[in-house]
Design a protein around this ligand. Structure first.
Ligand code: 13P
Length: 248
């Protein structure tokens, strides 16, 4: 049995001071024995969030990371910086990174490999646009994103990682994929992982759905066979996140 994950992606929200207040507020609400709870926060919030989350079941992750070790890359955050701050998870290749900052599948792959090199678990994102869905090429696109993202990733690494399926048309739009649509693609990703590795890896890898997950739809989405939880944007900044964690 795969453990469920409720991961928040705070995006570009919350100052360090606000981060501490939000974590203090959510701490009692997101307690759970059987769901892994991860808050991916802006880089500048990480130290304060780490301290605020101490002694709780909340794990702090990052929203991005560069694939070089160090050097002249103004504004980037290195894997070693994240490790030193105690980070164990990092979102890689979110559609907003791809769309606004030009991240390619190859960049995503380099970041995934670099995260593993430093013992950080990548949460690798994929997802199609509305046009792609309308043209019926969703699975072709997802397969390409995931396949390139997993290049040179070992079976052992793949078993431990997290993939998030986030249809772009459902992000921050209030429009959620139906649980059947989400399940279909998450199953497609798991089938691809089996093709690339084997059934044991496919059974272990955790695949999340993201895109307007809220307290009202989490139970149905997370109840699907191939959906191992959610990557949650807007609702992770509210008390609702407690209800998402405790969706059962
Ligand atoms: P929303 O939950 O705000 O739609 O965002 C989803 C997302 O992009 C999480 O990474």
């Amino acid at each position: 049995m795969r453990r469920k994950i409720a991961a928040g992606n705070w995006k570009m929200n919350m100052t360090p001071t606000q981060a501490v207040a939000l974590i203090e507020k959510l701490k009692p609400l997101v307690k759970s024995d059987d769901v892994d709870v991860i808050f991916c926060v802006p880089a500048i919030d990480i130290p304060a969030a780490m301290t605020a989350a101490e002694g709780s079941n909340i794990r702090i992750g990052a929203e991005n990371m560069y694939f070089e070790e160090k050097g002249a890359f103004t504004g980037e955050i290195s894997p070693e910086m994240l490790v030193d701050a105690g980070v164990k998870y990092v979102i890689i290749g979110h559609s907003e990174r791809r769309d606004y900052f030009g991240e390619t599948n190859e960049d995503v792959n380099r970041k995934v490999l670099k995260a593993f090199e430093h013992g950080i678990t990548p949460i690798m994102c994929c997802g199609e646009s509305l046009t792609m869905r309308q043209q019926g090429v969703t699975m072709d696109w997802i397969r390409q994103q995931v396949k390139v993202g997993l290049l040179n990733v070992s079976a052992e690494q793949a078993s431990s990682m997290i993939i998030a399926y986030e249809p772009i048309w459902a992000i921050d739009t209030g429009e959620t994929a139906t649980s059947d649509q989400a399940e279909e693609v998450c199953k497609g990703i798991r089938d691809l992982v089996e093709e690339l590795y084997d059934k044991a890896v496919a059974d272990k890898i955790r695949i999340l759905y993201g895109g307007s997950v809220n307290a009202g739809n989490a139970a149905e989405l997370f109840g699907k066979d191939n959906i191992d939880g959610g990557l949650v944007g807007g609702a992770s900044l509210k008390e609702d996140f407690g209800k998402i964690v405790n969706y059962r």
